[in-house]
Design a binder for this molecule. Sequence first.
Ligand SMILES: Cc1cc2nc3c(=O)[nH]c(=O)nc-3n(C[C@H](O)[C@H](O)[C@H](O)COP(=O)(O)OP(=O)(O)OC[C@H]3O[C@@H](n4cnc5c(N)ncnc54)[C@H](O)[C@@H]3O)c2cc1C
Length: 239
Amino acid sequence: MIAIVGGGICGLSIGWRLAQAGRAVTVFERGEAGMAATWASAGMLAAQAEAEHGEEALLPLALASRDLWPGFAAELAAATGIDVDYRAEGTLVVAVDRDEREALEQRYDYLRGLGLPVEWLTGAEARSREPALARAVVGALFSAADHQVDNRRVASALRAAFLKAGGTLREHAAVESIVTAGGRATGAAVNPARAFGPALVDNFWTDQWLYWLGPILGATIAALVYNYVLIPKSQQPPS
Ligand SMILES: Cc1cc2nc3c(=O)[nH]c(=O)nc-3n(C[C@H](O)[C@H](O)[C@H](O)COP(=O)(O)OP(=O)(O)OC[C@H]3O[C@@H](n4cnc5c(N)ncnc54)[C@H](O)[C@@H]3O)c2cc1C
């Protein structure tokens, strides 16, 4: 079984793909799936408009990821019937005074320098594109390729798609620790009582015998060593 800790957009997306590929996958979520940062976000797919100095190496990945969204949204809708409201009108970043306009102009120059197709709009041009903008807007950066989704619908759709593909979701199940043995995450705990509970809840009995036989064998060997090796030595009279 593959265990994923956290049922946000990342955990559910990965879980969905794994379940589609026929893997047995369980997402453990300490609260309710999709209700943390995924719920709080604004759903902006603004890889261009939000490109930052120092992150130039990351930019191609962000742009490629953004460009996967139309297909991803359509696939989610086909799988679940939930429309995630993918909107392709583009993204406006606005300035409402002279200082903001200067900062935004610098940002525009930086993005153009990266070869990104952004446009500069005057306040009037921005308002003609988006009539709800305030008259105070004095300039805007327009990024036609940056789009938007309804992130809360994405969360609901991913949850549904994951379950429909055969994934198991355990909500209100915080993962407190990841137990490793020999370097890999195995879930192993050399404590039969500790291992029995999760096995029972998950109905996952692989290697369960090990957790019972291991401690019993270990304790038996320790007792024999103590009795026949250590005790006789300690009982010898001091020389
Ligand atoms: C206010 C705000 C606005 C944002 N706006 C945007 C935006 O417009 N566009 C954009 O692309 N990004 C935006 N982001 C960022 C985006 O929301 C995150 O990058 C994204 O949601 C991260 O997804 P995630 O699955 O990693 O995290 P989350 O959605 O936070 O999911 C992680 C889950 O793991 C669970 N968890 C944690 N620890 C454990 C544990 N030990 N056991 C079990 N479960 C555990 C949590 O309960 C949570 O549900 C915004 C973020 C915020 C906060």
